[in-house]
Design a protein around this ligand. Structure first.
Ligand code: FES
Length: 150
């Protein structure tokens, strides 16, 4: 379940790359539990956060996301052994790049949770939205929307 912001309040656009074994299932559980989380969270299911490279996070920001979060399995429980640790390191690299280009490194974050942590998923999604709301919209110029194909 998602919550609706107050009228006129722009919700931050957040892309959440969620591992299908944990965070995606936790998001599903949060929905089943009728827990609310930000409306503009765009969840993208991935087989493992280790599949998400630096370029994917930067591309999401370039395409208009105000923030990007990776949500993977608990450390030591990645189905591909160290995918979540690689993802954590890549998030660190993106934070460095953002700092170098004068963007707040807090626009990207890595979280770890299990599939049973539906409440935790709603909590981190809300926490991330509050953080990004505090930072304001991304300074990256928004691309004009593509016209629908005829
Ligand atoms: Fe979940 Fe790797 S399988 S983070």
């Amino acid at each position: 379940m998602t919550e609706n912001p107050a009228p006129g309040t722009p919700e931050p656009r957040i892309v959440a790359f969620c591992c299908k074994y944990c965070a995606y299932a936790a998001a599903d559980l949060a929905g089943s539990m009728r827990l609310s989380y930000p409306a503009d969270l765009k969840i993208i299911q991935v087989p493992c956060t280790g599949r998400i490279d630096v370029i994917h996070m930067l591309k999401a920001l370039e395409e208009g996301a105000d923030g990007v979060m990776l949500a993977g399995c608990l450390e030591g429980e990645c189905h591909f052994l160290a995918g979540n640790l690689k993802a954590k390191a890549r998030v660190g690299q993106v934070k460095k790049i953002l700092t170098e280009i004068k963007m707040d490194p807090g626009r990207v974050e890595m979280f770890n949770l299990s599939s049973a942590m539906g409440a935790r998923f709603a909590e981190i999604a809300t926490e991330m939205a509050e953080r990004i709301r505090g930072l304001g919209p991304s300074p990256v110029p928004k691309k004009p929307k593509k016209a629908a194909a005829a």
